[in-house]
Ligand binder design. Structure first.
Ligand code: PMP
Length: 352
């Protein structure tokens, strides 16, 4: 028996790691499989102090994000992407082998994988046919769930959850942490729930610079919560969670001029999304849900074949069929106008 077989934690034997877009597909020249932004914005980095460790939490960064999100800076924790926020919550609140988190599939895969990594159970309360919360069942199951993960707007569906349902869950699950993952909030026509932090001590909001901010490469996310939760999470946070260049770039991305550019880029992406959606109405693809994000989710006959045919031509989209409740479904990120033209042409060719 190998040293790994002998020593690894038992529950990891069954764990299938997250098949991220970058890990599961390589090559290609048009990447529409990770919900990234097609924009590449430039920033300046001062490299004169890279011999020094960065701050544990950068106050200029947390203040800038607090101002952007409309919360207090003491309610902000900056993290290595919002994926780290998910992990911190599970590590801080869930006893391994005992506690459970609650998810509402189809939903973002990392909630369950993070839980399983720490031997924490996962209760599934699927979304209704309308792709909205089964609020009553969530509240019933909340009694046995330490952390409830809601994703709005949703990855992979693209729709947003009814805020009244989210509020019901918050009100009736006072002994659970209710996490609202707002990774795609900048694209949404709905409002953030961050303004509810004053009302609900059990609310946590997850944010990221990886999507609309077009900064997936710097790995910067934010967790918004009341001070006592932030203080707890700081106990389990790494000593130097964010690289100094990341902090420098993130601060610049939150300046007024960058935020104006962000708004323009979001508006262009939403216009492109509508254009792609209209063009794809001419194909046999069926839209699964209205999108409030920078991607579209489609049902097709054979998702694996469609994804691999496009990949052979260098165009990467994501097969979401492994998700509970989704079958032969592909997720397509909105790219630049030229990339979207190529996508539309390839799909027309595929179905012709
Ligand atoms: N939440 C959702 C809903 C996402 O789609 C993603 C990225 N795919 C994340 C969180 C993680 O984002 P990051 O770690 O890049 O901030």
């Amino acid at each position: 028996m190998s040293i790994v077989d002998q020593l690894q934690r038992q529950h990891l034997k069954q764990l299938t790691p997250y098949a991220s877009a970058r890990r599961s597909m390589s090559g290609g020249n048009i990447w529409l499989n990770a919900n990234e932004s097609p924009y590449s914005n430039s920033y300046t980095v001062d490299d004169s102090k890279l011999n020094r460790y960065p701050e544990f939490q950068s106050q200029p960064l947390n203040q800038a994000y607090a101002k952007y999100a409309g919360v207090e800076s003491s309610q902000v924790l900056s993290s290595r992407g919002s994926d780290e926020g998910i992990e911190l919550l599970i590590r801080a609140f869930c006893e391994p082998g005992q506690d459970k988190v609650l998810i509402c599939p189809p939903t973002y895969g990392m909630y369950a994988i993070s839980a399983k990594t720490f031997a924490v159970g996962v209760t599934e309360v699927p979304l209704l046919k309308s792709w909205q919360l089964d609020t009553e069942s969530v509240i019933d199951a909340a009694a046995e769930s330490k952390v409830i993960f809601l994703c709005s707007p949703s990855n992979p569906l693209g729709n947003r959850l009814d805020p009244d349902d989210i509020e019901q869950v918050l009100q009736h699950s006072p002994s659970s942490i209710v996490v609202v993952d707002e990774a795609y909030i900048e694209f949404s026509s709905g409002n953030s729930v961050a303004g509810w932090l004053r009302r609900y001590p059990n609310l946590v909001v997850l944010r990221t610079l990886s999507k609309a901010f077009a900064l997936a490469g710097i790995r910067c996310g934010f967790l918004l919560a009341n001070d006592d939760i932030i203080e707890l999470l700081q106990k389990v946070l790494a000593p130097y969670p964010l690289p100094d260049p990341t902090v420098q770039i993130a601060v610049q991305a939150l300046q007024t001029s960058s935020l104006e550019r962000l708004q323009q880029q979001v508006a262009s992406l939403l216009a492109e999304r509508d254009r792609v959606q209209t063009a794809l109405e001419q194909t046999p693809l069926t839209l699964v849900s209205e999108s409030d994000t920078n991607f579209l989710l489609y049902q097709c006959e054979d998702a694996a074949e469609l994804v691999s045919t496009l990949a052979e031509k260098g165009l990467l989209i994501r097969n979401q069929s492994a998700q509970r409740g989704l079958n032969n479904v592909v997720r397509i990120t909105i790219g630049s106008a030229a990339e979207n033209d190529e996508l539309i042409q390839q799909l027309k060719d595929y179905f012709s």
